[in-house]
Design a protein around this ligand. Structure first.
Ligand SMILES: Cc1cc2nc3c(=O)[nH]c(=O)nc-3n(C[C@H](O)[C@H](O)[C@H](O)COP(=O)(O)OP(=O)(O)OC[C@H]3O[C@@H](n4cnc5c(N)ncnc54)[C@H](O)[C@@H]3O)c2cc1C
Length: 386
């Protein structure tokens, strides 16, 4: 179901109200202690926002990606950080589109009710990096189970999720006709697997992101947890990746809007040389530029989400939306810090925290170079570089 304009407005208002119950002090303390926003994620779950894409037959409201974008954008625009839980929205899509009836009936209603969390996505590996097809984590079929060995890195929220969507090799790369074949997707019940072949080790980073390294040592995963056909996993996660890029684009638009509002307010109130700093065009113009960049990016996010919702090809638009929005939020973050002068560095203004947080989207879930190379080679037909 796609949402009508006035419904979108109601969704935005409700999310903004919910976020207002978690003051900036809450996020500052979490950031200082690198603590997971359990209370915030619980509140978003209880209000039903994290299950917005789950169809009604499985207990969700069955909204479209445009609504999901509005939710995440408002979370970021409020100064909060949706990275603690945004993944459930796009991971769930792989299960919904490619899972069996039995898998959907088993997991989706419990995810919709908030009983289960599916928010860990195990794709990146230390030696493969951006080249996903060269991942080495293997899943070997033995009777009615797969035995998984290997390692993932940057598996965010693994300690705060019940389930993980795992991409592993079920056939060696050399034996596959195409390098993207021979990869399969599994649902891993992490609570059951912990200590029985699954080890999670947190990575401390420059932002509060609950990211981890995950090790598999002869972890047994029941065959019934294979999603779709063996060997076709890369294709299954690809369309989820378009949703991911569009949603992250929406978050970046939210970040940009937060930075622009924060900078405008400060530029109006801060007086130096007996006048507001915002009276200087040297302060005004970067704010105006950041505003234009973010509004343009918002249009691309909207367009990509509309195509996705209609089931039309949207790889080009999803990549452009993510890139333009990530650039706009970084531009706005830099401008906001500069507008605040030295106070931009003070924790109590929240600018430095958001500045660090929005920087991630130049790297994850896909780095800027890889988007540029996709546009150059796959859209514009330039020669392949790798
Ligand atoms: C905080 C955080 C959370 C994350 N969460 C998750 C998660 O939940 N699940 C998950 O699976 N992954 C996650 N990631 C991983 C993320 O998707 C990767 O870090 C990202 O895709 C880049 O891969 P890499 O770090 O291995 O960089 P590399 O592939 O090592 O690349 C390093 C640099 O070289 C550039 N580069 C590489 N190849 C080329 C080329 N051919 N042409 C031009 N430039 C190139 C890249 O753009 C990058 O700038 C997360 C990462 C971070 C930092």
């Amino acid at each position: 179901m796609s949402v009508r304009e006035h419904d979108l407005g109601e969704i935005r208002d409700a999310v903004t109200k919910l976020c207002a119950t978690f003051p900036m002090q809450y996020w500052r303390e979490l950031d200082r202690e690198r603590r997971y926003p359990t209370e915030f994620v619980r509140a978003l779950t209880d209000a039903g926002w994290l299950s917005c894409l789950i169809p009604e037959e499985y207990g969700g409201p069955g909204l479209g990606l445009t609504a999901a974008c509005a939710i995440l954008e408002e979370v970021q625009r409020s100064g909060a950080n949706g990275a603690a839980c945004h993944a459930q929205m796009y991971i769930m899509g792989t299960l919904l589109r490619h899972g069996s009836d039995a898998q959907k009936k088993k997991y989706l209603p419990e995810i919709a009710s908030g009983k289960l969390r599916l928010q860990a996505f195990g794709v990146t590996e230390p030696s493969a990096g951006t080249d996903t097809s060269s991942i080495r984590t293997s899943a070997v079929k033995k009777g009615d189970r797969y035995v998984v060995n290997g390692q993932k890195v940057w598996t965010s929220r693994a300690e705060h999720s019940d389930l993980m969507l795992l991409l592993a090799r079920t056939a060696p790369r050399e034996q596959a006709a195409k390098k993207t074949e021979g990869l399969s997707v599994f649902i891993v019940d992490m609570k059951q697997a912990l200590g029985k072949g699954l080890t999670i080790r947190p990575i401390r980073t420059m932002i509060n992101h609950a990211t981890t390294e995950v090790f598999f040592d002869n972890l047994e995963v029941p065959s019934e947890n294979l999603i779709g056909e063996e060997g076709k996993g890369f294709r299954y996660i690809l369309d989820g990746m378009n949703a991911e890029r569009i949603l992250i684009g929406a978050e970046c638009v939210g970040d940009a809007r937060w930075f622009i509002a924060k900078a405008s307010a400060y530029a109006n109130e801060r007086k130096v040389f007996d006048r507001p700093i915002g009276q200087n065009q040297g302060i005004q113009f970067p704010i105006a530029r950041a505003y234009m960049a973010s509004e343009a990016a918002a249009l691309m996010v909207e367009r990509a989400a509309a195509l996705y919702e209609r089931g039309e090809p949207c790889g080009k638009e999803a990549n452009m939306a993510k890139q333009l929005a990530a650039e706009a939020s970084w531009q706005a973050g830099d401008m906001c810090l500069q507008t605040h002068g030295g106070f931009g560095f003070a924790e109590e203004y929240d600018v430095e925290r958001k500045f660090r947080e929005t920087r991630l989207y130049q790297i994850a879930p896909i780095s800027t170079n890889l988007v540029l190379s996709y546009i150059a080679e796959h859209v514009l037909g330039l020669p392949r570089s790798f």
